[in-house]
Design a protein around this ligand. Structure first.
Ligand code: CMP
Length: 139
């Protein structure tokens, strides 16, 4: 059964470009409740672990370097059917394919530097959320 939580990161490109406020506003306008939130930075080892599933991909090194190069915003979000609803809100991985009105259409610059992360399953949302937030930081 679907849970009502997902995990997101506002990635280094969007933080560097001053889009934290714009993206959080789109998230709030879409009806998500923020239950955890922090500005943090992934170490190289954190990014390698977080994206271990992509370790065999040709872009893995580039992805790890990108995700650890500056601060990110990590957040846990709550809404009914959160995983699917949030993936709709962020749009396709490649901003060239992202629908109008999505976060990536508005803020992403390339398939690699695509502004936001959204969990792909309830199981991964729980793992990714726990990676960043202790139980007492989840409201
Ligand atoms: P996301 O879907 O959040 O998690 C995996 C990330 O890998 C993806 O966002 C992109 O940032 C990155 N990625 C996926 N495909 C490519 C690609 N072809 N080239 C570079 N980076 C990619």
């Amino acid at each position: 059964m679907a849970t009502n939580r997902t995990f997101t990161m506002i990635k280094p490109d969007a933080v560097e470009n001053g889009h934290i406020g714009g993206i959080l506003n789109m998230i709030a306008e879409a009806g998500f409740k923020i239950v955890s939130l922090k500005l943090t930075q992934l170490t190289t080892a954190d990014a390698q672990a977080f994206y271990a599933v992509h370790a065999a991909r040709p872009f893995y090194g580039e992805l790890v370097e990108f995700m650890s190069r500056g601060p990110i915003v990590a957040a846990i979000l709550e809404k009914e059917n959160a995983i699917e609803e949030f993936r709709t809100l962020i749009g396709a991985t490649n901003p060239a394919d992202a629908a109008e009105g999505t976060i990536r259409k508005k803020y992403a610059t390339s398939i690699g530097e695509n502004a936001v992360h959204g969990s792909d399953s309830d199981e991964n949302a729980a793992i990714e959320g726990a990676f960043h937030f202790a139980g007492r930081e989840q409201f």
